[in-house]
Every structure is written in structure tokens, then in C-alpha cells.
Design a protein around this ligand. Structure first.
Ligand SMILES: *Cc1c(COP(=O)(O)O)cnc(C)c1O
Length: 475
């Protein structure tokens, strides 16, 4: 399998790469995102065989379709080392829970940092360690987080040989629990940078540094943000696992609702659907930062300014532009790299928006690709957390609540709806207390973490200063 950039002119085959090259790279040199040059198709026979597999073996089967430069025995060992009951809490790894007839939660948040990002990041940590050792190289990971990516990355990379992590986050905007999770890590290879700004300022800094090719090469800069294809690929696996748990035969369809911010999670659903997994709808749920909902309703993609980005009680979805969205638009436009570049580089760069409302491509987003959307507010969130607790005895986090709220607007008779549970309630305790008047339970290993000493550097939102900081800390 070879990978292409979403901005490569069609027919331009010069820059196609194998998996392990893009694993360590992040953004393509032309500013685009990597995608496989086609989506491998799963047959009925493959689905039947995969239905009975343990999660690690299922992961191996899916990943094998996308990775041709790691020997099968090694890849299998990496999958088995990653997806264990010890790390993820249950033998199923992503158990499905029924809320009521036709409505399910798929638990993706029982890994080390209690958010779905562990599902991909734990794999990434093991892939990085494997590939860097094989090459005898080092990597400096530069990332941006609104909370969950950063901790997931740091817990996946801490103590790993050959890897340093420089993680930027918006100063003061993460929950106390999230800050404590990250800043309490004392590992030498972990650097926390709190940037005075919002998440998108952090993301812009990562892009600016990654676009400085000389700096990137000299300091061996890599990324773990959701633009990294390996993360997306890892996430494809749990769509299969959810489907198998909700159905008895391959003739049945399911829909998924995905609490969305950067469009990474739901883009993995799009990939699974494009491979032939029988998914009916992919429901994109946003919070008050509704740039994606606006697109799927109107065909207009309009990025917000920092000042226009709301600080919400589902903060991991507080984004003003969705960094993975370009991947889907590339597919929507029939994989036309020149047109994708014109939209994302030229039009977004100049006008901060593009409008596909009149195009046949946009008209096909729902019928051909299954995409629909909805949004949720703080009041909706509280009501949904209360309702879910009262009726089903299940405590859900604020992001998952956005998902459940929007999922209910898109239920169809005879099609099970699976809502992806993207975090555990303890990460957002303040809002849970506001909704329920009681605190969520806290896993024992996180007892008292807010009181631990913190290791963090506060810096202005300035790419040049961040570069200097990296240079000073790479030996
Ligand atoms: C990251 C995150 C999201 C958003 O996922 P995307 O892949 O950015 O769309 C939703 N909920 C939680 C809890 C998250 O950590």
C-alpha cells in the first residue's frame, strides 16, 4: 500500500510513500495530509472470519491491509503488546453497552488516560519505538492538545527510547484533572508547554514548525496529532469491533454517532465505511463550536477565529477548524488534489471559508457517504447527562453526552445506533457535578493527582520562541 497527499496533483506519483515513511512524518511536504491511494475492500468472507477475532487479532487483520513494510510477525506482536486487558481494562477492549433498544455506547475510554485517544496512541507509541530502533534514529514529537491528545501521547511515549515529546496546550483551558494528568509527569523525555492562547493557536504553531522543512529535518520533528495517518488507521479497528458486537450477520447495518472536533475519529469511520463495513450513517456531533455541523447542513465550511472559538464544557471539541476534514473533502471531490489544494490552501487562506453548497460533491455527502450532523449546547449536555443517569444508571462524560443528544435526532427503526464514548466522566467532573449534584467515581490510580508537583513551561503563542525552546532541549 502506498500513500498520497491530499494536495498532490492527480497522476503525480513521484511522492507516494510506504507506511513507515509517513509514520514518522505527519504533514506531507506540500502541506496536505496522507491517505492510502485506495481503500482496501473487505469481502463478506473476511467479515465473517473477522467477526470471531479477539481485538488484537482484528487490529492485526485491518492494519495488515495498510502496512506492507513491517513483517507480519512483528506487526502481530505489536498489536498483541498494545491491546491487552491489562492496559484497557476488559477482554473485549471496546465493550458495547446497550442504553435502550437500538441505542448503544461503545466504550473507548478505559485506557491509561481515560479517553478514546489511547486507542490509537498506545499503538503509535509501540510503532514509533519499533521503527526508531530499526532505523537507529531519534524523534522529537511536537503536538498540540486541547486536553486528551496530550495526555494520551505522553502516557504512550513516556520512557520510550529515542522519543521526546514537546506538547503545547492552551494555558488554563484544560480541566484541572487533565492538567494534573499531563503536568504531573516527571519523565525527562516529556516537555509540557502551556501556550497563552486557544487550541488553534497551538495547532497553528505545530503547522508553522512542520512547514519549516529545514528545522523539521534538523531537529527530527514528528507529530502525533490526529493528522497522523497511523492514528486514523488504528481507529478504524474499533468501528469493525463495534459493528460485530451490535450485529449477528453481515447483512445488517449500523450507524455511528461520533462526538467530533478535529474530524479524526469520524474520519476513521469514513474509512471503515469506504472499505465496505456496512455502516448506514455517520453522525457528526459537535458542541457550540459547530463548524462541522454548519458544513454538513449548508455546504459552507467557515473556520472561526480564536476570538470566535467558544470555551465549552466539552472542551476536547473546542476547535475552530477541523484538521482532518481535508481528508474527507479530498474523497468528496473524487480525490482531486488540485481542487483540494485550491480550497484548503488558497480559499481558506484568503477568505477563511469555502462554499460547496452548489456542487454535486456536497450533495453526495449524505446519500453517498452517509454523513449527517447535529450540535449540542451546555444545556443539552446537562439534560442528557441527567437523563442518561436517571433512566439507565449510566454516567456519561460531556463529549459523549453531545453524541447521545445528537444520536437521538438521527435514530432509524431497524438500524442500531452506536455512540462512541470518547471519555470517562471523571475527566470533566465539574460539569458532571453541575448536572447530577454528585462527583463521578475516580479510578484509584488517579487519586490525589491534582496535588502532585507540576512540570510545565508557560510561553507566548509564538512559533519562533517554541522552536528555540525545542532547540535548547534536544541534545
Ligand atoms: C479528541 C476528542 C474528541 C474529538 O475527536 P476528533 O477526532 O478531534 O474529532 C471528542 N471527545 C473527546 C473526549 C476527545 O478527547
Amino acid at each position: 500500500m502506498l500513500y498520497v497527499s491530499t494536495r498532490a496533483a492527480s497522476g503525480d506519483t513521484a511522492d507516494r510513500k510506504h507506511f513507515c515513511e509517513i509514520l514518522l512524518e505527519g504533514l506531507a511536504p506540500d502541506g496536505g495530509l496522507y491517505l492510502p491511494e485506495h481503500y482496501p475492500q473487505v469481502s463478506d468472507a473476511m467479515l465473517t472470519k473477522w467477526r470471531g477475532l479477539a481485538y488484537a487479532d482484528l487490529a492485526f487483520e485491518v492494519l495488515s491491509l495498510y502496512i506492507d513494510d513491517i513483517p507480519a510477525a512483528d506487526l502481530k506482536a505489536i498489536c498483541h503488546k498494545t491491546y491487552t486487558q491489562d492496559v484497557f481494562g476488559t477482554a473485549e477492549i471496546v465493550p458495547l453497552r446497550q442504553l435502550e433498544a437500538g441505542l448503544y455506547l461503545e466504550a473507548l475510554s478505559n485506557g491509561p488516560t481515560l479517553a478514546f485517544k489511547d486507542m490509537a496512541m498506545q499503538l503509535l507509541g509501540n510503532l514509533f519505538e519499533y521503527e526508531l530502533a530499526r532505523r537507529g534514529e531519534e524523534l522529537n514529537i511536537l503536538g498540540a492538545t486541547s486536553g486528551d491528545t496530550g495526555s494520551a501521547a505522553e502516557y504512550a511515549m513516556r520512557g520510550k527510547k529515542g522519543v521526546r515529546v514537546f506538547m503545547t496546550s492552551p494555558n488554563g483551558r484544560m480541566s484541572p484533572f487533565q492538567q494534573a494528568q499531563m503536568f504531573s509527569l516527571q519523565d525527562e523525555n516529556i516537555h509540557n508547554i502551556a501556550v497563552d492562547g486557544v487550541f488553534d493557536d497551538c495547532q497553528d504553531i505545530v503547522k508553522a514548525v512542520s512547514n519549516d522543512l529545514e528545522f523539521k529535518r534538523k531537529y527530527r520533528i514528528g507529530t502525533v496529532n490526529s493528522i497522523n495517518w497511523a492514528r486514523l488507521m488504528a481507529q478504524v479497528v474499533y468501528y469493525f469491533a463495534g459493528y460485530f458486537q451490535a450485529t449477528k450477520s453481515n447483512s445488517e447495518k449500523v450507524s455511528f454517532t461520533v462526538p467530533s472536533g478535529n474530524f479524526g475519529n469520524v474520519c476513521a469511520g469514513h474509512v471503515a465505511r469506504s472499505m465496505g463495513l456496512p455502516i448506514d450513517r455517520l453522525v457528526v456531533a459537535t458542541n457550540e463550536n459547530d463548524v462541522l455541523d454548519e458544513f454538513f447542513r449548508t455546504g459552507v465550511y467557515r473556520v472561526r477565529s480564536s476570538a470566535d472559538t467558544h470555551e465549552t464544557s466539552s472542551p476536547s471539541m473546542d476547535i475552530s477548524k477541523a484538521s482532518n476534514f481535508e481528508r474527507f473533502v479530498f474523497d468528496l471531490l473524487g480525490r482531486d488534489g488540485a481542487q483540494t489544494k485550491a480550497l484548503f490552501h488558497d480559499q481558506l487562506g484568503k477568505q477563511g471559508r469555502f462554499d460547496l453548497s452548489a456542487s454535486a460533491a456536497f450533495q453526495s455527502a449524505a446519500p453517498k457517504y452517509g454523513f449527517v450532523s447535529g450540535k449540542s449546547t451546555h444545556a443539552n449536555r446537562l439534560a442528557t447527562i441527567r437523563d442518561t443517569y436517571k433512566r439507565f444508571g449510566t454516567m456519561i462524560d460531556t463529549h459523549t453526552a453531545d453524541g447521545v443528544k445528537v444520536a437521538r435526532e438521527h435514530l432509524q427503526a431497524g438500524v442500531p445506533m452506536i455512540v462512541l464514548e470518547t471519555a470517562l466522566p471523571i475527566k470533566f467532573a465539574e460539569t458532571i457535578e453541575e448536572a447530577l449534584g454528585q462527583s463521578p467515581t475516580r479510578p484509584a490510580k488517579f487519586e490525589g493527582i491534582e496535588a502532585l508537583p507540576k512540570r510545565v513551561k508557560v510561553m507566548p503563542a509564538d512559533a519562533a520562541l517554541i522552536k528555540r525552546y525545542i532547540a535548547e532541549n534536544v541534545h
